[in-house]
Design a protein around this ligand. Structure first.
Ligand code: SF4
Length: 65
């Protein structure tokens, strides 16, 4: 399961262009996964060039505010 590492996410919106069906920008100006299957189809973690899209079992900072 993919998550957004909000510490790494710059809010650039690039992922929403690469994967418009899978990711949207949240109210906090950070990416938000809306459809994981679409994200996987678009390339999963490769969708973000900054490494902010991570698998749940990888090291990442808690995305809860
Ligand atoms: S997840 Fe990556 S590509 Fe998407 S807004 Fe954040 S930094 Fe940009």
């Amino acid at each position: 399961m993919y998550k957004i590492d909000k510490e790494k996410c710059l809010g650039c919106g690039g992922c929403t262009i690469t994967c418009p069906k899978g990711i949207d920008m949240g109210e906090d100006s950070r990416a938000k996964i809306i459809d994981e299957q679409e994200l996987i189809k678009a390339g999963g973690e490769n969708v973000c060039p900054y490494g902010a899209i991570v698998l749940d079992d990888e090291e990442f900072l808690d995305d809860e505010e």
